[in-house]
Ligand binder design. Structure first.
Ligand SMILES: CC(C)(COP(=O)(O)OP(=O)(O)OC[C@H]1O[C@@H](n2cnc3c(N)ncnc32)[C@H](O)[C@@H]1OP(=O)(O)O)[C@@H](O)C(=O)NCCC(=O)NCCSC(=O)Cc1ccccc1
Length: 149
């Protein structure tokens, strides 16, 4: 995410009516089918429904799709934790463990900040199935982008 909008302040949650516009700053996530449910600095939630065209062999949701879900939800969480004066954020590192395959239902992402610094925001995103079983976990590092002069 490279542009600050007036949709939210780092102190507060994003209004429900602003979630679509916020996700719309990431067209790839939108085209994949990621949906944003709630976004605040403390916790951001989103989901991606299982679909055959999002699968790899054996009907398992593709790992890249899960990473994309985690990255999009994590990026919003990082954005909401940017320090004053920041212009935006971008992913510079990401690591995912896949604990179980998703073959039906919905992958649900819950992102929380691990570290909010002047240079980097680190976000941990847990991925769950509809039964609350953990599908995986992503830890990503987001750079704090300053305005270009
Ligand atoms: C199977 C295993 C790898 C290992 O499981 P463990 O650590 O030993 O854990 P545990 O024993 O607790 O079992 C947990 C569940 O697994 C089931 N199960 C166990 N063994 C087998 C077996 N031999 N065969 C089948 N299933 C087996 C087991 O029944 C249980 O389910 P249940 O409770 O019965 O319903 C598991 O961690 C897994 O499926 N992870 C997700 C992998 C995944 O979906 N990756 C993404 C797609 S790849 C991709 O897209 C590439 C890519 C990536 C990134 C970017 C771009 C591209």
């Amino acid at each position: 995410m490279t542009e600050k909008s007036s949709a939210a302040t780092p102190e507060g949650a994003v209004a429900e009516g602003e979630l679509t516009a916020l996700l719309g700053t990431m067209p790839y996530a939108v085209s994949l089918g990621v949906e944003l449910e709630a976004a605040s600095p403390a916790e951001t939630r989103g989901h991606l429904h299982w679909a055959p065209e999002r699968c790899t062999i054996g009907g398992a949701l593709h790992g890249g799709a899960l990473m994309s879900l985690a990255d999009a939800v994590g990026a919003v969480c990082a954005y909401l934790n940017l320090p004053p004066g920041a212009a935006g954020t971008t992913t510079v590192e990401s690591k995912t463990n896949f604990f179980r395959a998703l073959r039906e239902g919905t992958a649900r992402a819950v992102a929380r900040p691990l570290h909010t610094g002047r240079s980097f925001v680190v976000v941990q995103t847990d991925l769950y199935d509809d039964e609350g079983r953990r599908l995986g976990q992503t830890t990503q590092t987001q750079a704090v982008l300053l305005p270009r002069t």
